[in-house]
Design a protein around this ligand. Structure first.
Ligand code: DGY
Length: 314
């Protein structure tokens, strides 16, 4: 039987590419990034995209494929996909929620501890021999008992909150609607949240609704002892304001897994010693990436079988 044709973007590990090739007739997006470089016949055969990456998925990429019916995203965030356009063309979009929640929350808390105790700087102190030559490392800050605000109380925000509870923290949160969590203080705006806490953990989805939700006003409300941890999207933070405040000692620190321009981040971050920088790797474990691949394929399988999609977006 003929296998259904899909188009992949970016590379996959063997644990994904092998089952994908068994199930589907897999074509890769040409290195030029130009769909016109694929033969017309191939473009007509392709009915689904296995999409991966943060570069825009827009009309120019969808239009050359007249029979495209599904964009199966590898990732929970789909802010790089023009979902409104896809919907207008009858193209379904799916994502990979839930399977990565624990890893993303683990790393967010790990980054917070890493920043509070400067684990990376202290490790460099030992490696460089400074412990022997210069003595003890400068003392750092306590995390347990801190007042922490979580921006976004979806799956990931809640998983971060659950973990932070065991640090005896006082938890506050912002979200569109108040949740049934009486122990956690609800705020209906982010400036009010930032004024009430020392640490902000960002866990909202990316996209137009959350651009610069962490504005200069929010960062200033956090104050000179304030810290932010961003494992959501770079677009959620006013990065110019963030850098300025970090440079001028108007914020204590930032732990960032995501940036406005990835992977070519603003170089000013590199010379700051009050930041902990990560290469957008929150979901980057073998276990989670395998689960994401399986969920992406299950959506493709459901689509080609004419079944209900497992994790539809639109
Ligand atoms: C996601 O799933 O959205 C993560 O940011 C990885 O891309």
């Amino acid at each position: 039987m003929t296998k259904p044709a899909i188009l992949t973007f970016e590379t996959y590990d063997d644990w994904d590419s092998a089952p994908m090739s068994e199930l589907f007739d897999v074509h890769a997006m040409p290195a030029s990034g130009n769909p016109a470089d694929l033969p017309q016949e191939t473009r007509e055969q392709i009915r689904a995209f296995a999409f991966k990456g943060h570069n825009g998925m827009n009309a120019a990429l969808m239009d050359p494929f007249p029979n495209l019916g599904l964009i199966a995203n590898y990732g929970v965030g789909y802010d790089s996909i023009d979902v409104a356009y896809a919907t207008s063309k009858g193209i379904k979009v799916t994502n990979t929620p839930d399977v990565l929640t624990n890893d993303v929350a683990d790393l967010a808390v790990g980054m917070l501890i890493g920043l509070s105790r400067d684990i990376v700087g202290a490790s460099d102190w030992v490696r460089s021999g400074k412990w022997g030559t210069s003595g003890a490392y400068p003392i750092q800050r306590t995390l347990s008992g801190a007042s922490i605000g979580i921006v976004g109380m979806g799956r990931i925000g809640r998983a971060i909150a659950d973990r932070l509870q065991s640090f005896d923290t006082k938890l506050h949160y912002f979200s569109r609607t108040e949740k049934d969590t009486p122990d956690w203080q609800y705020h209906n705006d982010v400036v009010s949240l930032a004024s009430a806490v020392d640490i902000l953990m960002i866990a909202v989805s990316g996209g137009p609704d959350t651009v610069n939700i962490i504005s200069r006003d929010v960062l200033e409300a956090l104050g000179t002892d304030g810290v932010i941890v961003n494992s959501a999207r770079g677009t959620t933070v006013d990065e110019q304001a963030l850098i300025e405040l970090l440079q001028n000692g108007k914020l204590r620190g930032a732990a960032l897994d995501v940036f406005e321009n990835e992977p070519h981040i603003d170089e000013r971050f590199l010379s700051l010693d009050n930041v902990l920088l990560q290469p957008h790797q929150s979901s980057g474990t073998v276990e989670t990436r395998q689960a994401m691949g399986i969920l992406q394929r299950n959506n493709l399988i459901a689509f080609f079988a004419g079944d209900a999609l497992v994790t539809p977006v639109n």
